[in-house]
Design a protein around this ligand. Structure first.
Ligand SMILES: Nc1ncnc2c1ncn2[C@@H]1O[C@H](COP(=O)(O)OP(=O)(O)OP(=O)(O)O)[C@@H](O)[C@H]1O
Ligand SMILES: [Mg+2]
Length: 326
């Protein structure tokens, strides 16, 4: 992404840790990126690498025990971490909005879908109830809910998992945010529906010109919807690149492993040559590159010293095998 484009969201060296009694475990170890207006950043990586924690930090919604231990987050030039809680609450939904992994945790089960949409709009905007209702119906139509006007009166449980995800999108968009963060639903929805949902968000993103951060396991869809991709591993960014370049030439051994699994899936190979081993436990390993224990190219230095994130033709990669280190 070029530096000339207007940056909407800027994350600088974001660090997050969880406290459990006296123990403090780092789970995000310095994540940075810039999101230009109208662009989509995809955040990918195996389960537990810190994708959701990163997203929750942006909205100051970390669960108990979680705290931001370092870094900065700027939205439209405004330092979010310096804002009083009330000011940040007003920004949530209105300027930066999130679609959560599990819609049932964010939809109120005892309020109709229409009421939830209308109340959200009225809490932030000084418009008539009638206009808010009209906007809610039009949003439900936009996200593909049929018979939107009648279905406004139904409760979340009366919708399927995929439809609930669509309602979440309508809720996230009802105040026309500048930035949308979409944490891919990992449960309840099959891969085809997940892809449909991401495509729908992409369509709405393009229509409205907002910026978006897509968190997903589905690399095949990333190639289709993202402008830039950030690969997280063990709470670190190991590679960041324009999507087309990342897919054409992954630089980090972890990204190469992820893409290799994808190619195998496409070819329907029976035994998947996935990356051997497991992602690290939070805070592990204590020294060196987090991927070293699973990396087929690791040598002694990788286990002892964390490689820095280096720039390479507009891309970034964290690996002792790259750039001037190689
Ligand atoms: N409430 C919590 N208390 C303690 N540790 C937590 C908590 N929530 C997350 N973590 C830890 O933070 C790390 C990152 O978790 P996160 O939920 O961000 O992963 P993720 O990349 O979103 O995974 P997934 O793809 O499964 O959604 C994990 O190692 C997890 O154990
Ligand atoms: Mg997650």
């Amino acid at each position: 992404m070029s530096t000339r484009e207007e940056t909407v969201l800027s994350v600088e060296n974001l660090q997050v840790a969880f406290r459990d009694g006296g123990d403090i475990t780092p789970v995000l170890r310095g994540v940075s990126y810039r999101l230009p207006k109208g662009q989509v950043l995809a955040v990918v990586g195996e389960s537990g690498c810190g994708k959701t924690v990163h997203a929750l930090s942006l909205l100051n919604l970390l669960p108990p025990g979680g705290q931001i231990t370092g870094g900065h987050i700027y939205l439209d030039g405004q330092d979010l971490l310096a804002l009083p809680p009330e000011a940040l609450r007003r920004l949530r939904g209105a300027k930066i909005s999130m679609i959560f992994q599990d819609p049932m945790t964010s939809l109120n089960p005892i309020r109709t879908v229409g009421k939830q949409l209308v109340e959200t709009i009225l809490a932030h905007e000084n418009i008539s109830k009638l206009r808010a209702r009209a906007r809610a119906v039009s949003l439900l139509k936009k996200v593909g809910i049929e018979n939107a006007r009648q279905r406004m009166n139904e409760y979340p449980f009366q919708f399927s998992g995929g439809q609930r995800q669509r309602i979440m999108i309508a809720l996230a968009l009802c105040l026309h945010p500048q930035v949308l963060i979409a944490d891919e639903p990992t449960t309840a929805l099959d891969v085809t529906i997940q892809a449909q949902i991401l495509r729908l968000i992409k369509k709405l993103q393009r229509q409205s010109g907002m910026s978006a951060v897509f968190i997903t396991h589905n690399l095949a869809i990333v190639a289709e919807v993202a402008d830039e991709v950030m690969v997280l591993y063990g709470g670190c960014c190991v590679e960041k690149a324009p999507a087309a370049e990342l897919f054409a030439r992954p630089l980090h051994p972890y990204t190469q492993g992820l893409l290799h699994s994808l190619v195998s899936l496409k070819k329907k190979v029976e035994v998947l040559p996935a990356i051997e081993g497991y992602p690290p436990a939070p805070g592990e390993p204590k020294t060196g590159c987090p991927f070293a224990p699973r990396c087929p190219h690791a040598f002694e230095k990788c286990r002892l010293q964390m490689p820095p994130l280096t720039q390479e033709n507009g891309r970034e990669v964290r690996c002792w095998l790259r750039g001037t280190h190689a």
